[in-house]
Design a protein around this ligand. Structure first.
Ligand SMILES: CC(C)(COP(=O)(O)OP(=O)(O)OC[C@H]1O[C@@H](n2cnc3c(N)ncnc32)[C@H](O)[C@@H]1OP(=O)(O)O)[C@@H](O)C(=O)NCCC(=O)NCCS
Length: 160
């Protein structure tokens, strides 16, 4: 298995995987438009050209980024791929200066295992919510917020 950035050729596969889980009610749907516009955010776990899983890191503010759209091929769940995708996204984020990661999820147990800490959604900066109007759940958000900070994180530097 390798991890690599997504390309245009991957969009249909990402779209299919994310929306499979969206139909199951496990994550929010993503349009092709959203995947194309944010394609550089995505990292894929791939083996023999087959998509095993994906995830995205979206920069939101100064040193502050969202881990989103983490999904693993249904037959391969609970084999460690999801955690490796998150670790890969964090590594890339840290290399680029991110000191705080957050996620909004229906899978609190998984992110707790990835050392994320549950937080009050109201503590996240308002900018986080700018895409919420496109969400089918809006305004009745029932996702759970989690954060993870690096050793370099300095609260006073976070100017939201
Ligand atoms: C959630 C998801 C990404 C996890 O990926 P995965 O490859 O199955 O998870 P991993 O095998 O890396 O699991 C890492 C740890 O988290 C645990 N875990 C995984 N999914 C979990 C869940 N839904 N609830 C509680 N714990 C979970 C695993 O048991 C493992 O624990 P361990 O270290 O004690 O063995 C995957 O199940 C998935 O694609 N789910 C559907 C899409 C989704 O809900 N995405 C959520 C992100 S928005």
């Amino acid at each position: 298995m390798i991890f690599r950035p997504a390309t245009f050729a991957d969009v249909e596969h990402i779209h299919k995987l994310l929306n499979y889980y969206a139909h199951e009610g496990l994550m929010l749907p993503r349009s092709r438009n959203s995947i194309y516009e944010n394609l550089r955010d995505y990292v894929l776990a791939v083996e023999n050209n087959r998509l095993l899983g994906c995830g995205a890191l979206h920069f939101v503010w100064d040193r502050f980024a969202e881990v989103r759209s983490v999904a693993v091929e249904p037959s391969l769940k609970k084999t460690g791929i999801g955690r490796q995708i998150v670790q890969h996204l964090e590594k890339e984020g840290i290399e680029r200066g991110v000191t705080m990661f957050f996620t909004l999820t229906y899978q609190p147990g998984f992110f707790a295992k990835c050392d994320y800490i549950e937080t009050d959604k109201d503590k996240l900066p308002q900018k986080v919510w700018k895409e919420c109007v496109y969400c089918p759940q809006y305004p009745y958000c029932n996702e759970i917020a989690f954060i993870k900070t690096t050793v370099d994180y300095v609260p006073s530097k976070m100017q939201f």
